[in-house]
Design a protein around this ligand. Structure first.
Ligand SMILES: *Cc1c(COP(=O)(O)O)cnc(C)c1O
Length: 329
C-alpha cells in the first residue's frame, strides 16, 4: 500500500481482484470494507492549508461537489477495470453524456451517432445540445461506409452503443476508432450493456467510455449514477464540468456501486450464459419470428462480436408472431 492507504501495483492484478481491491483506501481504523464519507466539506489544520488546497497547490478534499473519498474509490476502481487513466463519476448516466459534451464540444461542432441509441441520449443530442448549435447526424450502427460518409471537418465526436438495444447490432470499434482518428475526432462508446467484464473499448481504440452505473455496475436496482472513463487529458475537462456545474455522484451511491463492482465479473458471466440459453430456446419456439442476439451463430455479426467481446451480454430482442397483439398476449 501507499502511505496514504491506496493500493499500488494494482494494474497487474486480475479483473476479479481489481473489482474488489482497486481504489480501496483504508483509514487508520484498517477497516476491511470500503468506508463511506457522507460529508459535504472537509476541515483544515490551518488557514494556510485551506488556502493552499483551494488554490490547488496541495492535493486534498475541499468540498464533495469537487471530490469525495468514496466517490474517488469508485472512480479508481472503474478506471482500473476499463483500463483507463482516469474516471469521473456523475449523478447519472445521462449526466455522464452531458458532462462529456459540455467538456469537449462547442457551438458549430457536429456529432455523428448510431441511430439505435438510448432514447434520452437522442433527446439530449437533438433537443438540448441542438439549442446550443451542436448538431447530430445518425447512421446505421454497423455500416462503416455510412459513418465515413457522415463525417465532416466539423465532426468532433463519434458516439455509439455496441451491441445495440434491442436489435443487438455490433460495430467494429477498432475500425470506427480509425475513422475518428482520421477526422481528429473523439470516439465515445456507451459500454452499459457489456461493461468492462465483457468488452474493453479503450483497448480497441475508443477515447471515452460512458457508463450508466444504474445498470449492471450496480446490477441490483438500488441507485442512479454514471461515469466517464478515458485519458487524463479529456477527463480533466469532464472533471471541470462536474466540479463547476454540479452533476456529482453522492458518496452513498458511490459506495453501492463499489459493492456492485465486486461481483460484476460473476454476474455478467452468469447473465450472459442465461441470455444465450434463453435466446436459443426462443429461437426454436414456434411463436417466435426472430431473435436478435449477437451470441447466436445465425446473427450476421456473430464473428465480430466473438472477436471484440468476451461475452454477449444479457439484452436480447425478440420478434413475436401476431404483431403487437401477439406480443402483448
Ligand atoms: C440507462 C442508460 C443510460 C442513461 O443512464 P441513467 O443512469 O438512466 O441516466 C445511457 N445509456 C444506456 C445504454 C442506458 O441503458
Amino acid at each position: 500500500m501507499h502511505q496514504d492507504g491506496a493500493f499500488e501495483h494494482i494494474d497487474a492484478l486480475a479483473f476479479d481482484t481489481l473489482a474488489v481491491r482497486a481504489g480501496q483506501r483504508r483509514t487508520n481504523e484498517q477497516e476491511h470494507g470500503d468506508p463511506i464519507f457522507p460529508t459535504s466539506s472537509f476541515v483544515y489544520a490551518s488557514a494556510a492549508e485551506a488556502a493552499s488546497k483551494f488554490a490547488g497547490d496541495e492535493p486534498g478534499n475541499i468540498y464533495s461537489r469537487f471530490t469525495n473519498p468514496t466517490v474517488q474509490a469508485f472512480e479508481r476502481r472503474l478506471a482500473a477495470l476499463e483500463g483507463g487513466e482516469r474516471c469521473v463519476a456523475t449523478s447519472s448516466g445521462m449526466a455522464a453524456i452531458l458532462s462529456t459534451a459540455l467538456a469537449l464540444l462547442e457551438a458549430g461542432d457536429e456529432i455523428v451517432a448510431s441511430r439505435s441509441l438510448f432514447g434520452s441520449t437522442v433527446s439530449l443530442f437533438d433537443k438540448y445540445l441542438g439549442k446550443f448549435g451542436i448538431t447530430t447526424r445518425y447512421v446505421e450502427l454497423g455500416n462503416l461506409e455510412e459513418w465515413a460518409a457522415a463525417l465532416t471537418p466539423k465532426t468532433r465526436l463519434l458516439f455509439a452503443e455496441t451491441p445495440s438495444n434491442p436489435m443487438s447490432e455490433v460495430v467494429d470499434i477498432a475500425q470506427l476508432s480509425k475513422l475518428a482518428k482520421e477526422q481528429d475526432a473523439w470516439l465515445a462508446i456507451d459500454n452499459c450493456f457489456l461493461t468492462p467484464a465483457l468488452q474493453r473499448p479503450l483497448e480497441l481504440g475508443a477515447d471515452l467510455i460512458i457508463h450508466s452505473a444504474t445498470k449492471y455496475l450496480d446490477g441490483q436496482g438500488r441507485a442512479i449514477g454514471g461515469a466517464v472513463v478515458g485519458r487524463d487529458k479529456e477527463l480533466e475537462e469532464v472533471f471541470g464540468v462536474v466540479r463547476t456545474c454540479g452533476p456529482c455522484l453522492s458518496p452513498f451511491n458511490a459506495w453501492i456501486f463499489l459493492k456492485g463492482l465486486e461481483t460484476l465479473g460473476l454476474r455478467m458471466k452468469a447473465q450472459s450464459e442465461n441470455a444465450l440459453q434463453l435466446a436459443q430456446w426462443l429461437d426454436a419456439h414456434p411463436a417466435v419470428v426472430r431473435v436478435h442476439y449477437s451470441g447466436l451463430e445465425s446473427h450476421p455479426q456473430h464473428e465480430l462480436a466473438r472477436r471484440q467481446q468476451r461475452g454477449f451480454g444479457a439484452v436480447l430482442g425478440v420478434e413475436i408472431k401476431g404483431e403487437r397483439e401477439g406480443a402483448g398476449r
